[in-house]
Design a protein around this ligand. Structure first.
Ligand code: ZN
Length: 157
């Protein structure tokens, strides 16, 4: 099945590209809205969109499992930082949006800066009653524990 696999980055971890392989790697350092714009451009309603962030190392079956799943909105949980016992479950680090979901919800409905994108998507889809599907597939988050906790899902240089 065809799919769009998108990896937006400011600083990409080499383990991420090695694990993910062929994908569209898009630099988003220029503007806080670039991350959303990259998603918007691929929100065509034609093929599943898989988003993997620049510090998330997928397993060999992670992306095929997301693409092959019929659920509209899927995410893979991952530790908030390396070694953390807390996990993001509805973040954008490793997620899939099915074509029919893209047709139903325009990307404009969750437009925002990178810091807010995951929360906007999660809140909007929750309000719309879109079922959320968790894939319990092991992925690694190469993200150091921050000195103070922030809500962002994405680190800028
Ligand atoms: Zn799924």
């Amino acid at each position: 099945m065809r799919a769009s696999v998108l990896c937006c980055f400011t600083r990409i971890d080499p383990r991420v590209t090695r694990a993910l392989g062929p994908a569209e790697y898009v630099g988003v350092s220029g503007d806080p809205l670039d991350y959303w714009r990259a998603i918007d451009r691929r929100w065509t309603g034609a093929v599943p969109l898989v988003v993997v962030e620049h510090d998330v190392e997928v397993g060999p079956l992670t992306v095929p499992g997301l693409i092959g799943c019929d659920e509209p909105w899927c995410t893979v949980p991952y530790p908030v930082w390396t070694g953390s016992q807390s996990h993001y479950t509805r973040a954008l680090g490793c997620a899939k949006f099915a074509p029919r979901l893209q047709q139903y919800v325009p990307a404009a409905a969750f437009a925002g800066r990178w810091q807010h994108l995951a929360d906007y998507i999660s809140e909007l889809f929750g309000e719309l009653g879109i079922p959320h599907h968790l894939h319990d597939d092991p992925v690694s988050h190469h993200h150091k524990e921050p000195r103070c906790q922030r809500s962002g899902h994405f680190t800028q240089p």
